[in-house]
Ligand binder design. Structure first.
Ligand SMILES: Nc1ncnc2c1ncn2[C@@H]1O[C@H](COP(=O)(O)OP(=O)(O)O)[C@@H](O)[C@H]1O
Ligand SMILES: [Mg+2]
Length: 257
């Protein structure tokens, strides 16, 4: 392979927003597209993504099933991170901790695409922007939003490349249309101010968490790979992931039948 891998950094400075869920699901979906994928877990405390792929190796080995695996790349310091980012793959997915760390910053500055999942509520909105408590208007971008904006400028000036930033709502519940609409409006305002693209998100679904111990995602399920009973809801989950990949400009083909 030649050419630099596309670096996808999954970040925000809040724990529990869905960074590791998005990292593992996007990585596995890309593997099933036939891509070579490298993963870097910068959350050295939780190591959810590393654990997920270790589970995947153990499970596939124990079951004797053949599934694609990514290159799991270590990055405990800056030198290891630059080496990882130069890996000979199509995509590198970097999962980051819910805190501002040096390595996370370096990764953001090397990103071609930053993906920010956020929980569907005003509580998590402040990770992107400060909202006036009375009028609920957007007062200013958050520190994280400013950091990504800086990384974006750097990409343009230093690397002469454009960096894309998408924000997706995670754990969407169908029961809160009013809150959702208000969050939607604020996100649209902030998107214009700080330059990200809001994309359709992921619903809250059991299937996004119950396969973790096997190191599998809904994209892996088949007649041979079925550690949980397969239901119709899984088709919707796959479709939702497919849409996410398309919105992230990672695949262009029309949705699977
Ligand atoms: N769309 C979703 N549906 C159901 N559970 C989810 C979803 N997204 C995340 N979770 C669960 O929420 C928790 C936090 O998600 P995680 O991806 O670990 O967040 P982060 O990496 O940002 O800290 C985990 O238990 C995960 O399984
Ligand atoms: Mg995580």
């Amino acid at each position: 392979m030649s050419g630099r891998a596309k670096v996808i950094v999954v970040g925000n400075e809040k724990g529990g927003a869905g960074k590791s869920t998005v990292s593992t699901h996007v990585a596995v979906a890309l593997l099933h597209e036939g891509a070579r994928v490298g993963v870097v877990d910068l959350d050295l405390r939780q190591r959810s993504t590393d654990h997920f792929f270790a589970n995947r190796l153990a499970w596939t080995k124990a079951q004797g099933v053949d599934l694609p695996h990514p290159d799991v790349l270590d990055a405990r310091d800056e030198a290891e991170l630059s080496k990882a980012l130069a890996a000979d793959v199509h995509f590198i997915i970097v999962d980051t901790p819910g805190a501002d760390t040096l390595l996370s910053r370096v990764a953001h500055q090397a990103a071609d695409l930053v993906v920010t999942p956020m929980n569907d509520s005003f509580v998590d909105f402040d990770m992107l922007g400060v909202v006036d408590p009375l009028s609920l208007t957007v007062v200013k971008p958050s520190l994280y939003a400013e950091a990504v904006w800086e990384a974006k400028k750097q990409a343009a000036v230093v690397r002469r490349e454009s960096m894309d930033w998408v924000v997706l709502r995670n754990r969407l519940a169908s029961s809160e249309p009013r809150n959702r609409k208000r969050v939607d409006e604020r996100i649209a305002t902030l998107a214009r101010r700080v330059g990200f693209r809001p994309v359709a998100g992921l619903r809250d679904r059991v299937i996004y968490r119950e396969l973790f111990p096997f190191g599998l995602t809904v994209s892996d399920l088949s007649a041979k790979v079925r550690p949980v009973p397969v239901s119709f809801a899984h088709v919707s989950a796959r479709q939702e992931l497919r849409t996410l990949l398309q919105d992230m400009d990672l695949v262009s083909a029309p949705a699977e039948a």
